[in-house]
Design a protein around this ligand. Structure first.
Ligand code: CO
Length: 204
């Protein structure tokens, strides 16, 4: 049933080797990505493809609504490995406009377990409810919530003890917040980059 996927895989691997004979041999020995991508699971936001990076160049963690919850062992394990072992130079939180997860968090409809997962998004909404409710257009309001959610996750990461310890020992590490547009395929930098402890102030 999945023959077409296996066929795609064969063709892809052949193309890679045709372009660069040592491609897989090199990757087999080690990975040395400079970036950790924390993005949404949405199938329309494929991490490597959007930023034109090959296997080995981007360490990736994806979940519904691109969250970095301080108690989530999955995310924390990825973050620590990326910071302490791989020594990535950049952590990029990538949200996207039109995020169904963000929408569901404040949509009022009960979906099940994911409602609990999306709890942090409801908190972000509540924190900014006055500015958000002042935005008349529903879609624009949700888009702004997508941005605010990214900024909150950047803050979570910047407050993380692995990240703060890395800064304390002088490791070069920046945390960035981006939003991707499904409409035109472009990412927007939210200008919330934190490069050291003192810059946390920027995040409010
Ligand atoms: Co999404």
């Amino acid at each position: 049933m999945l023959d077409h996927l296996i066929a795609n895989n064969r063709a892809w691997a052949e193309r890679k080797v045709a372009d660069d004979g040592d491609f897989f041999k090199r990757l087999e020995r080690q990975q040395a990505p400079e970036y950790l991508w924390i993005g949404c699971s949405d199938s329309r936001v494929p991490a490597n493809e959007i930023v034109g990076l090959d296997p080995g160049e981007l360490f990736v963690h994806r979940n519904v609504a691109n969250l970095a919850p301080p108690q989530d062992a999955n995310y924390l394990s990825v973050l620590q490995f990326a910071v302490d072992v791989l020594r990535v130079k950049h952590v990029i939180v990538v949200g996207h406009y039109g995020c169904a997860g963000v929408n569901a968090a404040v949509g009022g409809k009960r979906l099940g377990l994911v409602d609990h997962w999306l709890h942090p998004v409801r908190e972000v909404f509540h924190q900014h409810r006055h500015t958000l409710e002042a935005i008349q257009d529903r879609r624009q309001r949700l888009d702004r919530l997508c941005e605010l959610n990214v900024i909150r996750q950047v803050r979570n990461i910047a407050f993380d003890i692995f990240v703060q310890d890395a800064w304390a020992r002088g490791q070069a590490l920046s945390v960035h917040g981006w939003v991707y547009s499904l409409a035109n395929g472009l990412v927007k930098d939210l200008d919330t980059t934190v490069r050291r402890l003192e810059e946390i102030e920027r995040l409010g």
